[in-house]
Ligand binder design. Structure first.
Ligand code: ASP
Ligand code: CP
Length: 308
C-alpha cells in the first residue's frame, strides 16, 4: 500500500486503507497498555488550532508524545498566531513546514485543510475545517463501532442533531458509506437537516437513507445512535433558529427503554444537553470509550504519515 500522506476528507480512504489504519490502532492500544514506543523519536508535530478543542488537540499531542515525538503548538491561533496580523493560512503553512514534520490544523473555514495541503511539503492532517469535515473523528468513530457492535457491514445508524453543520456526522456518513448494506436514518430539526451534498453522495453510491422526525421510532431499529450537538457557533445572529433546534432531540432514560439491547450511543463530544447524564451509566453509552479510542487512531495516523 502507498504511503498515507495528507488526511483531508473521509472520502479519500479505501476500505483496505481503513483496515490498515485500524490494525495499526489495535497495535497502538498494546503500545499504550504494555510496552511503550519511541518510533517517532526526533520527529516534531505542529498543531495549529484556530477553533476550540479539548479532545482532538490533546489526543494528537498525547499520541505524538506516546510515540516518543515532540510537539509545538498554537492554540487559539486566530488570536495568538500571526493570522491576527493578516497572514494567510498558506503563508503560515509555508513557514511551519520548515519547523515540523507534520501539521495538524483545525480551522473555521470549510476547505482550509485542502488549501493548506495544496502548498505543503509535509503531511497535513485536517482536525476539523469549519462546517466541512472532521475525518480523524470519523476514523475513530468507525473504529469504535467495529469494537462495540462487532461489525460494520449491515448496520443501521441513526444520526441525530445538527446534521447540516456537524462536520463529524458529515465525515462519518462518507466513511460508513464504504461498507456493505449500511442504512442511515437522519433525525434533525428542520433548520439543520442533512445537506444535499451528502444525500447525493449516498444516492450515487446506492446507500439507503431516510429522513425521520420520530427519534423513538428510529431508536428502536438502530444499532448505533450517533447524537450530535447543535453547533451554536455556526448560527451567527440566528439565535431563534438555534433555540428552536436545541432541545428538540434528547437522549434520556425514556429513550433507552426502546433501544435494542446491544445498540450503542455515540457522540463526538462535547455534549451540552442532548444526552442526559442519567444515560452515562448505561452500558450502551459508548461516548467516553469512543473519545479514548481517538488516542489510538491518532497514534496510528502519525505513525503512518511519518512512515515510521
Ligand atoms: N468536537 C466536534 C467537532 O469539533 C463536535 C462538536 O464540537 O460538536 O466537530
Ligand atoms: N470531538 C472533538 O473534536 O472534540 P474537540 O472539539 O474537543 O476536539
Amino acid at each position: 500500500m502507498d504511503k498515507l500522506n495528507h488526511v483531508i476528507e473521509a472520502q479519500q480512504f479505501t476500505p483496505e486503507r481503513l483496515s490498515d489504519i485500524f490494525a495499526v490502532a489495535r497495535e497502538m492500544e498494546q503500545v499504550v497498555r504494555h510496552y511503550g514506543s519511541n518510533i517517532l523519536n526526533r520527529r516534531l508535530m505542529a498543531t495549529l488550532f484556530y477553533e476550540p478543542s479539548t479532545r482532538t488537540r490533546l489526543s494528537f499531542e498525547a499520541a505524538m508524545k506516546r510515540l516518543g515525538g515532540e510537539v509545538i503548538t498554537t492554540e487559539n491561533a486566530r488570536e495568538f498566531s500571526s493570522a491576527a496580523k493578516g497572514e494567510t493560512l498558506e503563508d503560515t503553512v509555508r513557514i511551519v513546514e520548515g519547523y515540523a514534520d507534520v501539521i495538524v490544523i483545525r480551522h473555521f473555514e470549510s476547505g482550509a485543510a485542502r488549501r493548506a495541503a495544496s502548498v505543503a511539503r509535509v503531511p497535513i492532517i485536517n482536525a476539523g475545517d469549519g462546517p466541512g469535515q472532521h475525518p480523524t473523528q470519523s476514523l475513530l468513530d468507525v473504529y469504535t463501532i467495529q469494537k462495540e457492535v462487532g461489525r460494520l457491514d449491515g448496520i443501521t445508524v441513526a444520526m441525530v442533531g445538527d446534521l447540516a453543520n456537524g462536520r463529524t456526522a458529515r465525515s462519518l456518513a462518507y466513511l460508513l458509506a464504504k461498507y456493505k448494506d449500511v442504512k442511515f436514518y437522519f433525525v434533525a430539526p428542520e433548520v439543520v437537516r442533512m445537506k444535499d451534498d451528502i444525500k447525493e453522495y449516498l444516492h450515487r453510491h446506492g446507500v439507503f437513507f431516510a429522513e425521520e422526525e420520530d427519534l423513538f421510532k428510529v431508536a428502536a431499529m438502530a444499532d448505533v445512535i450517533y447524537q450530535t450537538r447543535i453547533q451554536k457557533e455556526r448560527f451567527g445572529d440566528r439565535t431563534a433558529d438555534y433555540e428552536n433546534a436545541r432541545g428538540k432531540y434528547i437522549i434520556d432514560r425514556e429513550l433507552l427503554q426502546v433501544m435494542k439491547e446491544r445498540a450503542v450511543i455515540m457522540h463526538p463530544l462535547p455534549r451540552v444537553d442532548e444526552i442526559h447524564p442519567e444515560v452515562d451509566t448505561d452500558p450502551r453509552a459508548a461516548y467516553f470509550r469512543q473519545a479514548h479510542n481517538g488516542l489510538y487512531i491518532r497514534m496510528a495516523l502519525l505513525k503512518m504519515v511519518l512512515n515510521a
